[in-house]
Structures are given as structure tokens and as C-alpha cells.
Ligand binder design. Structure first.
Ligand SMILES: NCc1[nH]cc(CCC(=O)O)c1CC(=O)O
Length: 300
């Protein structure tokens, strides 16, 4: 650490900067320390990489983790859904701040919902999970791969390149674009990505301020994310696996919905399980995720 300023590593996209800015404000409030954002360009930001060869797993997070391990920054802020399951030695997700809306959002040119879209409408998404669920709900829709940041994707709807696009509601809201949302899609129709809407605040385990920053952690958000990410791990998902997992918390119990699809959404498995929470809540969440993953894989 340099003096009393914590350096916060972030990707340079508008969304990443907005998210890191939120976390910076929370850290300043909780610790009294000053913070400074340090933008880091990652492999995942390179839009020249064609869709046919997606960036390597964890491309958004890998470089950020490298600079964190190297001590060039004190904190890294990630969209939790972009973080690979495998832990990095010496690093710890010290805090999961209160999670935003997990759902996916439809942004349509006509301002209408998914079921009201005209037959054969073009819907933009490059996510196999979103494409599979949309195709299942509306086999007539034409799925158009679109990439780029949130603004680019919203612009493609405005410009009529596509009739609609599906994005994470949390990203739109954090960029002040919540008014563009025409439908918050029911998680039973489109199961959100594991940890969608949650942020991961990562630090070196031995960092002198790790315990202080850990105060930002929201235990309920952590519980849900742990269950959802256990599904990711259990099905050995890569970033091209069409896997959704969505956990709901009702005080004394956890409910978990998960869905695994082939790329056209034809073959799919949908699982819903619930567990009562005991004294070991994180253990219960982990076991729920494991059971759901095993069912998805047809082993239970
Ligand atoms: N894969 C990109 C990505 N990573 C996190 C978010 C949104 C914010 C979040 O889920 O926390 C997005 C954009 C999107 O899916 O529309």
C-alpha cells in the first residue's frame, strides 16, 4: 500500500468504471482511506478477437488478477459472473457488496416485452445461455450475435440493426440506462447467469487492509452467489456453456433454479431445489449448488 491511498484496479469500460467507482465510495466510507482507480486493459476488452474464437476463459479477469498478485494495485473489482471458479493462490474475494437485480433485461425498439415481439424479430445476444432460453420460449425469433459494450448494444437496438437485445439489468442500471429496459425477464423463463448482478472485491489475503474492506460484505448476497457458482463448478462450465443459476433467499430457506442447454436450446435440463438453512449457512448453500449440479448432469 502506498501511504493511505488504496489503488483499485478496474477494467476501462464504462460499466467497469461505474462499478469500481461504487466500490471505491463504499471502501472510503468503511475505512476512511482514500482510493484511486487504476484502469487495466484486459484481453476480454479486445473486440478484434472474432466471435468464432472467443477470448480465453476468464479473459476479463485474468490480467486484473495478475496486477493484483504483483502488488501493482491493492484491490480488484470484478463483475462476479465474469470471474472463473478456480481460486488464485494468495487472493481472496474479501467482499461481495449487496447484490443488484440479477435478472436479464429486454431492450426492444418497439418498447414491448418478449412475448409481444413480432414473429421473426431479430434479437441480439452472443450469450449461449440467453440464445438457448430465448429460442425455447420463442422458436420463431432470429438470434443475432452482437458484441461490444452496453452502450454499443443498446445503440444497435436504437439503430434498428436488431429489434431487441438482452442484457443484464444490473449493467444497464449501473450505467443510468435503466429507462431503456422494456421487460425484466422472469428468471423461470431466462435463468440469469450465476452471480449476475453481483460484484467481487478481491484482495491479496495478506493485505493489511483486507479485513477492513471485508466489512463491505453482504452475507445474504454471498450465500446466493456461493450456491449459484457451485453449480458452475459442478457442471465444469466454461464461458461458452449455456448455464444459468439463480438463487432466492427467503430468510430460513434457499431456493435454487438452474438450467443447462445445448447451443440451440433444444436439449436442456432444468432443475429446481430448495434447502432449509441450518447453522452452517455457507455449507448449506454449497451443498445445494452441488446437488443441483449433479441433477443437471443426470447423476442424481
Ligand atoms: N459479460 C459482460 C458483463 N459482465 C457483467 C455484466 C453486467 C453486470 C453484472 O451482471 O453484474 C455484463 C454485461 C451484460 O451481461 O449485459
Amino acid at each position: 500500500m502506498r501511504g493511505r491511498t488504496l489503488l483499485i484496479g478496474t477494467r476501462a469500460s464504462a460499466l467497469a468504471m461505474a462499478q469500481s467507482g461504487l466500490v471505491a465510495a463504499m471502501i472510503e466510507k468503511a475505512t476512511g482511506l482514500a482510493t484511486e482507480l487504476v484502469s487495466v486493459r484486459t484481453e476480454g476488452d479486445d473486440v478484434r478477437i472474432p466471435l468464432s474464437s472467443p477470448p480465453r476463459p476468464g479473459a476479463f479477469a485474468a490480467r486484473l488478477r495478475d496486477v493484483l498478485v504483483a502488488g501493482e494495485v491493492d484491490v480488484a473489482v470484478h463483475s462476479f459472473k465474469d470471474l472463473p471458479f478456480a481460486p488464485v493462490e494468495g487472493l481472496s474475494v474479501v467482499a461481495i457488496p449487496p447484490r443488484a437485480v440479477a435478472r436479464d433485461a429486454l431492450v426492444s425498439r418497439a418498447g414491448i416485452g418478449l412475448d409481444a415481439l413480432a414473429e421473426g424479430s431479430r434479437v441480439g445476444t452472443s450469450s449461449p445461455r440467453r440464445a438457448a432460453a430465448l429460442t425455447r420460449r420463442r422458436p420463431d425469433l432470429r438470434i443475432v450475435p452482437i458484441r461490444g459494450n452496453v452502450d454499443t448494444r443498446v445503440r444497435k437496438v436504437r439503430d434498428g440493426v436488431v429489434d431487441a437485445a438482452v442484457l443484464a439489468a444490473a449493467g444497464l442500471n449501473r450505467l443510468g440506462r435503466g429507462a431503456e429496459i422494456t421487460e425484466l425477464i422472469d428468471p423461470a423463463v431466462l435463468v440469469p447467469a450465476p452471480a449476475q448482478g453481483a460484484l467481487a472485491v478481491e484482495m491479496r489475503c495478506d493485505h493489511p487492509w483486507a479485513a477492513a474492506v471485508a466489512h463491505l460484505d453482504d452475507p445474504d448476497s454471498r450465500l446466493r452467489v456461493v450456491a449459484e457458482r457451485q453449480v458452475l463448478s459442478g457442471v465444469q462450465a466454461t464461458c461458452t456453456t449455456a448455464i444459468g443459476a439463480y438463487c432466492q433467499f427467503t430468510g430460513s430457506s434457499l431456493g435454487l433454479i438452474a438450467e443447462l442447454s445445448d447451443h440451440r436450446g433444444v436439449e436442456h435440463a432444468h432443475v429446481e431445489l430448495r434447502t432449509t438453512l441450518g447453522d452452517d449457512r455457507l455449507g448449506d448453500a454449497t451443498r445445494l449448488g452441488e446437488r443441483v449440479a449433479a441433477k443437471l448432469m443426470g447423476r442424481a
